[in-house]
Design a protein around this ligand. Structure first.
Ligand code: ADP
Ligand code: MG
Length: 468
């Protein structure tokens, strides 16, 4: 019965929106139940749920009304964790629109009604349930940090990684990783108290406590936690009093075998404005840095993100995004989200064409056409030689090879004549270019490692040549 009802709703909806939007946002929905006037549907993710509520709430209401009647209502069951063969997916129920309280619950951020300071401290571990090891993609860029984090999550306070400190630029996964540790410990140890706090919030709590004569409460409270996670410790810079209190708490926790986890945007030695005695404590444990993700890791992150949101896009598009956005994961996610949003708003499929259009507005260095200069830059970066050397007289072996490869691609990927190519490489003769192309072809045939380099470079150049 409920299946049929939902089928009819789908027909109603299908007639009113473009096929691609229907496919993306309605086909993945599974009807679960119809009880009285309430139809329950399962959606693949929280993002999905929010998207439906933002964009299709009216349409859904109309459909429900036309199929169930004026009193018809919709409830969502949001899949929070897909589970695997052994465990069932974890779902959370939410009512459709108009019920904002439930919306809060699905986010996992229950608000406190009682503003009392200590109660707020006690009740709020501040862990965001979406940050897990499971959805943290491992790559060379984060392997050490992730493994250390994982070890600490298994045995908080027991390993020599205490304190455990992650550092690295914005958007590289520091917060995700420390939250994942917190969530893991929380789910494995019911009794343990875990606090995640951003250092700014820690500072504000401290100031608040000062104002209210509550310092002792503040200190006692933090002294009692089993796992203390302080994010973005660099914001304690120049806050002498806060550093002092933190130093005190730190020592107490460390001596009692409690786990301390910290993050910072730079290496401990570069933490200016933090007391030396504090910084030297950070070095007692393990510091691990998070780097920019490489291409494969970026691919995996995009794939995972799409999968989590129950959306599929062509591999070619994923590759394109991974090539184009190499700064940090947050930016990568941002691009993916705007892509999904754009596709739905403009009612277009997510294809390479659309991705290029969108990325043009987001990523700055995508220029329209691959040129000799771009090839020279890409090739010289790849072989770690200076771009100017490609045009110079030098006959050093590695430079000669890079120069020949750049000529080879210039011939293949641009419309320049041999003469013009020679000109762009320090005024060389066209026969030099012919010779370069031949040498490169020979090496491709005889040297596997070289062949692989050429393939890599082709990938790097490929999307440029496609660009509009
Ligand atoms: P930071 O705290 O270093 O600025 P975040 O932890 O906030 O970075 O990460 C930014 C975004 O990128 C978050 O949405 C996070 O989930 C995601 N992210 C970062 N690293 C990874 C990773 N290795 N795998 C999956 N998602 C990641
Ligand atoms: Mg962060």
């Amino acid at each position: 019965m409920y299946v049929e009802t939902w089928e009819k709703c789908l027909q109603f909806i299908q007639d009113r929106i473009p096929p691609q939007s229907f496919k993306t946002w309605f086909e993945p929905i599974i009807p679960l139940n119809l009880e009285g006037n309430v139809l329950t549907i399962q959606v693949p993710s929280q993002f999905f749920y929010e998207w439906l509520e933002e964009n299709y709430v009216h349409l859904l209401k109309q459909a429900i009304r036309s199929e169930i009647g004026e009193k018809g209502r919709l409830e969502y069951s949001v899949v929070m964790d897909r589970g695997d063969e052994q465990t069932k997916p974890l779902t959370v129920s939410v009512s459709g629109s108009s019920n904002s309280q439930n919306k809060n619950r699905v986010n996992g951020f229950d608000k406190y009604k009682n503003p009392d300071f200590l109660e707020e401290l006690q009740n709020n571990s501040n862990l965001n349930p979406n940050y897990l090891f499971d959805n943290f993609i491992e790559g060379d860029c984060n392997r050490l940090a992730r493994s250390a984090g994982f070890a600490v999550a298994q045995k908080p306070g027991v390993t020599s990684f205490n304190p455990l400190m992650f550092y690295g630029g914005v958007g590289l996964g520091k917060t995700h990783l420390v939250q994942a540790i917190g969530n893991q410990i929380k789910s494995d140890n019911r009794g343990k108290s875990i606090i995640y706090v951003a250092s700014e919030k820690f500072t504000n709590q401290f100031i608040e406590a000062l104002k209210n004569n509550n310092i002792q409460d503040f200190i006692n409270y933090y002294k009692e936690v089993d796992v203390l996670i302080i994010d973005d410790i660099q914001f304690l810079r120049d806050k002498e009093k806060t550093q002092e209190i933190f130093f005190h708490i730190f020592n107490h926790l460390h001596q009692s075998g409690k786990q301390i986890i910290l993050t910072s945007d730079c290496a401990p030695k570069d933490l200016k404005g933090l007391q030396e005695r504090l910084v030297s404590r950070f070095k007692w444990g393990l510091t691990a840095d998070l780097k920019q993700p490489d291409f494969e890791t970026r691919m995996a992150i995009i794939q995972k993100k799409m999968q989590n949101d129950g959306i599929s896009i062509p591999d070619q598009v994923i590759e394109y995004i991974a090539y184009s956005v190499d700064t940090n994961v947050r930016e990568l996610e941002g691009v993916v989200i705007s892509l999904i949003a754009h596709a739905s708003l403009t009612k277009r499929e997510i294809d390479l064409e659309l991705s290029k259009q969108i990325l043009k507005n987001i990523v700055h260095d995508i220029d329209s056409e691959v040129g000799i200069d771009y090839i020279q830059k890409t090739v010289s970066d790849f072989f770690s030689v200076a771009q100017d050397d490609l045009k110079a007289k030098t006959r050093k072996k590695e430079i000669v090879i890079a120069r020949q490869v750049a000529m080879y691609f210039s011939k293949d990927y641009t419309n320049h004549s041999l003469k013009s190519i020679g000109y762009h490489f320090g005024g060389r003769d066209h026969s030099t270019v012919i010779h370069a192309v031949q040498s490169v072809n020979d090496m491709i045939d005889t040297n596997a490692k070289f062949r692989y380099s050429i393939e890599e470079l082709k990938k790097k150049l490929k999307f440029k040549t496609h660009a509009v």
